[in-house]
Design a protein around this ligand. Structure first.
Ligand SMILES: [Zn+2]
Length: 138
């Protein structure tokens, strides 16, 4: 649970956090794993339940897409593809599947999700959700 907003956290590996906090903060990361706060409104990005170590959005190199004010709103962090680009591909270029999105936006190339994505996981499920959202908006 996030110490500030009390919402559930998503488990994230230490190596992900180490790569994504600003370099000058790397010493504070330690060697334990973290949680990512899942709340849109909360400024906490990474926290550890058993210690006071926490990292806020301004201390992290990339905006977390589901946090309020994320700009740009990356969905695929490895290829720097935004939510807007995926929405446009669906609405303006008739993309319907992940394959179409890959062709049109170059998403999911050279995947290094473990160190590029704030969750440390592949963005494919979020790309899929974004396609669904765009199809519904169409
Ligand atoms: Zn929080």
């Amino acid at each position: 649970m996030c110490p500030v907003c009390k919402k559930a956290g998503i488990p994230v590996k230490n190596t992900t956090v180490r790569h994504l906090v600003h370099n000058k903060l790397a010493d504070q990361v330690g060697n334990k794993d973290y949680y990512l706060c899942s709340s849109e409104a909360c400024d906490i990005v990474y926290f550890q339940p058993e210690s006071d170590v926490r990292f806020l959005q301004y201390q992290v190199k990339v905006p977390v897409w589901f946090k309020k004010g994320a700009d740009p709103k990356y969905i695929c962090y490895c290829s720097k593809v935004t939510e807007e680009a995926i929405m446009d591909a669906v609405i303006d270029y008739n993309a319907k599947t992940i394959k179409d999105i890959i062709k049109l936006t170059g998403t999911m190339q050279n995947c290094k999700c473990e160190v590029e994505n704030p969750t440390g996981k592949c963005c494919a499920p979020v790309v899929q959700q974004t396609i669904k959202k765009a199809l519904e908006a169409k």
